[in-house]
Design a protein. Structure first.
Length: 201
């Protein structure tokens, strides 16, 4: 069973909370069949897997490494999108095609998140797995001082509310924030559709 700590910390450097990613895909592709939509959502979710929660993959989340020029990160993100759409076009298996489209669109969705906008610098624990997170808590004495920054990402604030009686302000990336800012959602959906049309030609 996941602890609050593990649930919260795994959300720190994700872009939009998973529920928002799913909502964006549903809105962008309302005519997609259910199997395809589920594969796109799986592809997007896999972009937030442990192995990609590392500074070297910051471009997959529309962010940049410390000291890296935002244009360099932007080019890496664009190449990631191109490469994964190429995979989507290469395969003749519909489920794989949908999966790669969702994987490719993940950084596009993250790019409109207020906590990631303009290729913000990756600022998180240096971890690759849940076990590494726990080690980081023990090793890095300043971990708790990062709590305000943590609350900007993913759905960590929502998880804290769900598992404790603490009254924590909403995250910049959880579903309640997204629902209060429909123009951000609309702009993201339009961008996703445009990217998908261009790269699937």
């Amino acid at each position: 069973m996941k602890t609050l700590l593990a649930i919260g910390l795994m959300s720190l450097i994700e872009g939009w909370a998973p529920t928002v990613h799913n909502q964006l895909l549903e809105k962008a592709f309302p005519d997609a069949n259910l199997d395809c939509l589920l594969q796109m959502q799986k592809g997007s979710a896999d972009a937030d897997a442990d192995r990609y929660q590392n500074v070297e993959f910051s471009y997959m989340h529309a962010m940049r490494m410390k000291g890296q020029d935002s244009q360099v990160a932007s080019r890496k993100m664009r190449q990631f999108i191109i490469d994964n759409y190429a995979e989507a076009k290469r395969t003749h298996i519909e489920e794989e095609r949908c999966y790669y489209r969702g994987f490719a669109l993940h950084p596009i969705m993250d790019s409109t998140s207020p906590a990631h906008a303009n290729f913000q610098e990756w600022d998180s624990f240096p971890y690759a797995t849940t076990l590494d997170i726990l080690r980081a808590i023990v090793k890095y004495k300043d971990s708790l001082s990062k709590l305000p920054k943590m609350l900007e990402h993913g759905d960590v604030a929502t998880q804290i509310k769900n598992y404790t009686s603490l009254d924590v302000a909403e995250s910049l990336e959880d579903a309640s924030y997204a629902n209060k800012h429909p123009k951000i959602i609309e702009a993201t959906v339009e961008l996703m559709r445009t990217i998908d049309i261009v790269y699937m030609l």
